[in-house]
Design a protein around this ligand. Sequence first.
Ligand code: NI
Length: 262
Amino acid sequence: MKIIDTHCHLNDDAYTSDLDKVILRAKEAGITHVFNNGDSLPSFSKILSLQERYPSFCFSVLGIHPEFASESDTYFEEAYQFIRDHKDSISAIGEIGLDYHYSKDPAYVENQKRRFIEQIKLAKELNLPIVIHSRDADYDTLEIIKQTLPPKLDLHCFSGSYEILRQYLLLPIEVHIGIGGVCTFKNARVIKEVIENSDISIFLTETDCPYLAPVPYRGNRNEPSYLKNIIEQIATLKDLTVEECATILYENGRKFYDLPRE
Ligand code: NI
């Protein structure tokens, strides 16, 4: 079984002491590629150094998370310059988007929208897909996507309803949703409904590790080798064997990131 972790954070401090072992376990579990996503400017060089340390296994997705939207113009100019300078080493722009979970302060919201739109433009300029983080901001995110129409996107850790997904799917762009540990949670009714009602061709497997570990690891540090538990859940909901499901999901990830056929 071959599996791609389309969204994770192995650059996180949670792995400082045992990253080699985490990667070994991932490879033993069939993981062939992991895509580390940036959040802040300091995360960029860490992510690229993982790509150098684990070539053909760790890949880089760079962008500024909405949490940092109130950083200065200089900060963002530096981030955009870094991305342009390293564009040949980058697989996508992310994670970028809107997050209203902790604050809906109008100035903060305006900054988030402005920086999100700027980064979508950068992705278009560099011809890269985008990885979106959207939390408690479903309709504003959709509105920006409608206005900017980035050709290829991943709604990472999708938490919206089937109804909102349907609106994305009406757009003339390639829309994918990232599915992670949440779908294994007992009370995760909305995402289970989304999985049952949607075509499997839009799904991407992700851990978002170190966060959101699937059952039976819920609450612990997450890691790419746990993706098998997520795929088992998707297979059950789609009435497929785990093997069939994994093959389709691998192919979805391979195409999204334009990886060569092996
Ligand atoms: Ni993430």
